[in-house]
Design a protein around this ligand. Structure first.
Ligand code: C5P
Length: 217
């Protein structure tokens, strides 16, 4: 079973994808980490003419050892750099095969990101599109940073999230929209536990419907 989980920054998609992966015993890939790692690797060239070519080279050379420094990769700076390298078509192409092979491994997988249901796994068994209003997303991200002992300027964080949303939505090479066959889950008013219960209910119902369709064909 392949489960695709998409949604904007700090919508809760990563937490939900991990919860689904644990619930169904599937491997999980946070695809945002790939873009974040490429962004961090190209940081020294930000605002130079070499930024694109360095990002493309970094995407082509990316390996799993660059995905382990979670604290650096999940910083807001890395998020912002990720959204800058994510607009480069060659970067997206270079990261496609890794994501696609992960999805196609025996037994299936859960992937979360922006374009999983639209581009990486248009054939996923179940697609979820996670949404939450900007203020709720900012507050969740702020609490994550505070839990690490960081001081958070909520006004600046809100601005950063809005800026990243805008860059992502305008990404000409993105595909950051809800796939027609994706289930929308708004987590604004939901606790993590309630959101996970809702996501599991959607997956179970979709798989039961699919099994029913197959038994009729
Ligand atoms: O999901 P996360 O916030 O970690 O993603 C960081 C950035 O990486 C996003 O803002 C987006 O620009 C990019 N991204 C992408 N495609 C994905 C996942 C993330 O372009 N599948």
């Amino acid at each position: 079973m392949i489960i695709a989980v998409d949604g904007p920054a700090a919508s809760g998609k990563g937490t939900l994808a991990l919860g689904l992966a644990r619930h169904y015993g599937l491997p999980h890939l946070d695809t945002g980490l790939l873009y974040r790692a490429v962004g961090v690797a190209s940081q020294a060239y930000e605002n130079t003419d070499q930024f694109d070519s360095e990002a493309i080279a970094a995407a082509r050379a990316l390996d799993a050892t660059q995905l382990t420094d979670i604290e650096t990769l999940t910083s807001s700076e890395a998020g912002s750099l990720a959204s800058k390298v994510a607009v480069i078509a060659e970067v997206r192409r270079a990261l496609f095969d890794f994501q696609r092979s992960f999805a196609l491994q025996a037994g299936g997988a859960v992937l979360d990101g922006r374009d999983i249901g639209t581009k990486i796994c248009p054939d996923a068994d179940v697609k979820l599109f996670i949404q939450a209003d900007s203020k709720a997303r900012m507050e969740r991200r702020a609490r994550q940073f505070e839990a690490r002992g960081q001081t958070v300027d909520r006004y600046a964080l809100f601005h950063q999230i809005e800026e990243r949303d805008a860059r992502d939505m305008l990404n000409p090479n993105g595909g950051f929209y809800k796939a027609d066959d994706a289930h929308l889950l708004d987590t604004t008013q939901l606790s993590i536990e309630a959101a996970l219960r809702a996501a599991i209910a959607i997956v179970d119902k979709s798989m039961a419907l699919k099994a029913g369709e197959h038994s009729f064909s």
